[in-house]
Design a protein around this ligand. Structure first.
Ligand code: NAP
Length: 267
């Protein structure tokens, strides 16, 4: 089996990655950064996000394993002191994985209708800073609402515990296939009205945002953050590719939500 290690630059992650590297070689694994079967991310959920984007062009061929060098994360099933157990699991690996949906983002620009395509693991946002964003929101090509406010966030179930949660979105179990749209500081008064709560759409449904100003916006897809040229529309859907995790132990999702956000004891 070919594996690669993708670590963040912290001292602890570097040390854990070095130990992992030595033990993987001793156990007979081949290290292949270009064409791995398994990507072992060492760091936090943010590191796993970076690893995903590094290998997103071959997401159909790789499986991920997250080792957390701090607290347990949402994409990281293993702790840094469990490396021996993880290697034993990898030696007995039979190709099993659990997969989660990804967000497909298709942008059409206002100028010459050129398009861009992105994949996101957590979420994508469209925001306007300094003045109100006015945008029409369509679900399945039917006008749903005219939004006024700071912006909109569309997230995956696994991304629901990230930025989505900070803007009042619901936490969604990662085994569901769904997209969620959450508002960022919407204006609601006698003149302007939005639904005012997050919406979760069915797996086959698309969400389309059509900004009513042709000025610049801040667009994000996970860690990517750009101010693209004026946008005609952004269409969000569940991607036809999914992220796969090997050596998955994430079967107590709600316990992890409790330990991360409410301060319940781990275990
Ligand atoms: P960062 O600003 O360095 O860290 C953001 C935090 O989000 C980290 O604590 C990270 O966990 C955590 N995180 C990432 N994915 C998560 C998930 N699916 N569920 C729960 N927590 C998660 O940014 P980053 O590490 O490069 O990650 C980018 C992500 O940060 C974005 O996709 C967005 O979701 C999130 N973010 C959130 C806010 C906010 O809540 N206001 C603002 C900006 C960005 P680790 O410590 O384990 O890495």
């Amino acid at each position: 089996m070919k594996v690669t290690i993708f670590a963040n630059e912290s001292e602890k992650s570097t040390a854990v990655a070095s130990e992992l590297h030595t033990k993987l070689l001793a156990a007979g694994f081949e290290i292949d950064d270009a064409h791995p079967d398994i990507v072992l991310s060492v760091g936090g959920d943010g590191t796993l996000l970076s690893a995903f984007h590094h290998y997103s062009h071959m997401v159909d061929q790789v499986r991920f394993v997250g080792v957390h060098t701090g607290h347990l994360g949402f994409y990281t099933d293993w702790r840094d002191y469990e490396i021996d157990q993880l290697i034993t699991g990898l030696l007995e690996d039979n190709g099993q994985s659990v997969t989660y949906p990804l967000l497909a983002v298709d942008i059409t620009y206002a100028d010459n209708q050129m398009a861009d395509h992105y994949l996101a693991l957590n979420e994508s946002t469209l925001k306007k800073l300094g003045s109100t964003m006015v945008a029409d929101v369509y679900i399945q090509d039917e006008l749903f609402e005219r939004f006024r406010g700071d912006g909109l966030c569309v997230s995956t179930p696994t991304g629901s515990t990230a930025y989505n949660k900070s803007v009042g979105g619901a936490v969604i179990h990662p085994r569901l296939d769904a997209l969620q749209m959450a508002e960022i500081a919407s204006i609601n008064n006698r003149v302007f009205r939005t639904l005012g709560s997050p919406v979760i759409v069915a797996p086959y449904e698309t969400i389309t945002i059509r900004p009513q100003q042709k000025s610049h916006f801040v667009f994000t897809a996970d860690q990517l953050d750009t101010q693209p040229r004026p946008i005609e529309e952004i269409r969000y859907s569940i991607a036809n590719r999914r992220i796969a995790f090997a050596q998955h132990r994430h079967n107590r999702f709600w316990k992890r939500v409790g330990t991360s956000f409410i301060g319940l004891d781990e275990q």
